[in-house]
Design a protein around this ligand. Structure first.
Ligand code: ARG
Length: 438
């Protein structure tokens, strides 16, 4: 059954019907659609547009549809244009002619807009709590694995840091991601229900009532904007893309750290896979998939930006393209956050290997320079002196702390015995603001 057709003299072409139908994907909005309709009908009765009996019958019908869908007794399928047509047709089948009054002073334009916003709010909040959970896991493994490790710049060993400091950097990133999402959720929190097609309605409906009932801060200010705003989805997709970028960076580290070359961590067998030919292989597929799926979420963001860029006011069918892109990105971020959380919970940190890597990388060279600065040498001169010491170490295949005092004095005679204590890796972390790394 179609929601339109009065002015048409020909049947819709089958190809066109399939091309136009959004039911296969917008069926995900059934709950929001029914909730929106119940609220709309409640308002219609309150505004004396429907009687209380009519309201009660329609609500009863809508609730029975919801119940049947949730209990698996009503499958969302068939020859319907979209979820809105599906629900309305079902309502008419159940309660008869009265069902046709549901759509009084409403358009599918404001209906789909409110459905999608309700959906985005609910799921946005789920992503926020997943980010909280991930940060909890990261903090726990950071606290449970007190270890020093090389910190890198240019992926070259740079200075000694702690595993905790390294991991907590990701907590800071995910904390910002959370704020970004909460900010999107705050900006989108205005109800488009009641804008109707684009120009409101001749009925004195109560938009403030439906907005409040549905949990929005207020109704939108402008009807035409209300039905054609998809900024909030673009913002959510942008926040999702940034989350994926962060997850991908973390994945990349886990992939590198779990190589034979690094051996800093071991990914649990439960989150790795093997090779069909090389019996020894254990591959970090979960992390690689997260890294790979990042492109897909960026794609949704670019897709939506491009879909929206040439659309005149107000509603245009192009906007139906928001759903698949948004749903796919949402599902991807959800799955990636879940797997990252579980993978991290079970990761094994090889503290000894990390410590060995610290020793092998001249990671106290900067502190040797600080030592000389304490003796009155200008930092730039100290930098040069330590450079010569590193060359000496490389020729002798020794770490700086393994050089004898007389070796050190051949380069600069201001070195004394206290240098060894000063540049000890653990001691270094107890000096100045480096204490914050612990
Ligand atoms: N399936 C449509 C969408 O997702 C619903 C709105 C249809 N409105 C219309 N005027 N045809 O955008």
């Amino acid at each position: 059954m179609k929601l339109w057709g009065g002015r048409f003299q020909k049947e819709e072409n089958k190809l066109m019907e399939d091309f136009n139908s959004s039911l296969p994907f917008d069926k995900r909005l059934y709950k929001q659609d029914i909730t929106g309709s119940i609220t709309h009908v409640t308002m219609l009765a309150k505004s004396q547009i429907l009687t209380h009996e009519e309201r009660d019958k329609i609500i009863e019908g809508l609730e029975s549809i919801l119940k049947d869908i949730e209990e698996g007794n009503l499958k969302i399928e068939g020859n319907y244009e979209d979820i809105h047509s599906f629900v309305e047709s079902n309502l008419i089948q159940r309660i008869g002619e009265l069902g046709k009054k549901l759509h009084t002073s409403r358009s599918r334009n404001d209906q789909v807009a409110v459905d999608m916003k309700l959906f985005a709010k609910e799921n946005g909040n789920i992503i926020v709590s997943m980010l909280k959970e991930l940060n909890q896991t990261i903090s726990t493994i950071a606290d449970e694995n007190k270890a020093i490790m090389p910190g890198y710049t240019h992926l070259q060993r740079a200075q000694v840091v702690t595993f905790k400091q390294h991991m907590m950097a990701y907590c800071s990133m995910f904390e910002r991601d959370k704020k970004r999402l909460l900010n999107c959720l705050d900006i989108l929190d205005e109800s488009p229900l009641g804008c109707c097609a684009l120009a409101g309605t001749t009925y004195d409906i109560d938009r403030a009532f439906t907005a409040e009932k549905l949990g929005f801060k207020k109704p939108v200010d402008n009807f035409m904007d209300g039905v054609s705003d998809r900024d909030y989805l673009i913002e959510m997709l942008s926040a999702f893309s940034i989350i994926m970028m962060h997850l991908s960076r973390l994945s990349e580290e886990l992939i590198i750290w779990s190589t034979q070359e690094f051996r800093f961590v071991q990914i649990d067998d439960a989150y790795a896979t093997g090779s069909s030919i090389m019996p020894q292989k254990k591959n970090p597929d979960a992390a690689e998939l997260i890294r790979g799926k990042t492109g897909r979420v960026y794609g949704a963001l670019m897709g939506m930006l491009t879909t929206m860029k040439g659309i005149p006011l107000a509603y245009n069918k192009d906007m139906q393209e928001d759903k698949q892109q948004y749903f796919d990105a949402l599902d991807t971020v959800t799955a990636c956050l879940a797997i990252m959380n579980e993978m991290l919970k079970t990761i094994k940190v090889n503290k000894e290997v990390m410590k060995e890597a610290v020793k092998a990388g001249f990671l106290n060279a900067t502190e040797v320079a600080d030592y000389l600065v304490n003796k009155g040498v200008a930092f730039r001169d100290a930098h040069k002196i330590v450079g010569e010491i590193v060359l000496l170490c490389e020729s002798k295949k020794l770490a700086i702390e393994d050089l004898t005092l007389s070796d050190l004095k051949t380069v600069d005679d201001r070195f004394e015995n206290d240098i060894y204590d000063f540049i000890d890796y653990e001691n270094v972390l107890n000096k100045g603001i480096k204490k914050e790394l612990l």
